[in-house]
Write a protein of this length. Structure first.
Length: 254
């Protein structure tokens, strides 16, 4: 009986010690320290906030973020040195699966989210909230990409076909919304593409046909290629066969 009473007293004493804090685990050692940045060091006028791109598991496998010597997991928030939120991301084994970056002042700079096991989306914005870019990925491969000018005009549009292994649409526009160049799939069965380049006025400079070689992963000139004067009249006609110039005939601007 005396032995049991001694054990009981010891257990009560040990419980009181733990409640006083000596046996409590220091969770702060498991949590990452708050990280702060100066805006001038992380916000690039052209690229925006690209600091976290190497940690994006869908864009890169090169970098892992560590917390107290271990790969970070869960939600992590980074701040500007004035206390405003710069970055809020969800990490898994040290890499980002979703995140949002913010400009100074709170405007969203970009968002990234995984929409399925293989698919993800990224949206980028100018500092005034105007959309800057819209991107969709399948694993590491961009399948849809649109870039915009600060005035809201579409500047670039790309659609990638996973089966073909190449973009099937690529178009570029000037800041006034005028098409300046394009390449698009015109005959999927024969892997034929059309390529057109335009003056700033929208008048064509060059028009021709390309064959996509899946083994070499390149486009080869074939058939007739037309060149134009700024007034829209044909200046030269070229004929290609497997990227080799077969004939060329210039025409006067009459």
């Amino acid at each position: 009986m005396r032995f049991n009473k001694t054990i009981l007293i010891f257990c009560v004493f040990l419980t009181l010690i733990c409640l006083s804090g000596f046996c409590q685990q220091d969770l702060s050692l498991q949590l990452p320290k708050v990280t702060t940045y100066s805006a001038k060091d992380v916000v690039d006028e052209e690229k925006g906030i690209s600091l976290y791109e190497p940690l994006n598991q869908r864009l890169s496998l090169d970098s892992i973020r560590h917390c107290k010597g271990y790969a970070c997991n869960g939600v992590i928030i980074d701040y500007y040195d004035n206390g405003e939120i710069l970055h809020k991301g969800y990490y898994m084994e040290g890499q980002l699966t979703s995140y949002t970056n913010y400009y100074p002042g709170g405007q969203i700079e970009r968002t990234f989210v995984s929409t399925s096991v293989n698919e993800s989306e990224m949206m980028l914005y100018y500092s005034d909230g105007t959309i800057k870019s819209s991107q969709k990925y399948f694993n590491f491969q961009p399948t849809l990409w649109k870039d915009y000018y600060p005035n809201g005009e579409l500047g670039y549009h790309m659609i990638y076909d996973l089966a073909i292994g190449a973009p099937i649409v690529k178009r570029e526009y000037n800041k006034y919304g005028i098409l300046t160049s394009e390449m698009y799939l015109s005959n999927k069965k024969k892997n034929l593409f059309r390529q057109n380049i335009y003056y700033e006025t929208g008048v064509p400079i060059t028009k021709g046909e390309l064959t996509f070689d899946g083994h070499l992963h390149t486009h080869i000139k074939n058939g007739k290629w037309l060149h134009f004067y700024p007034n829209g009249k044909i200046s030269k006609v070229e004929v290609f066969e497997d990227n080799q110039l077969i004939s060329s005939k210039e025409k006067a601007d009459i």
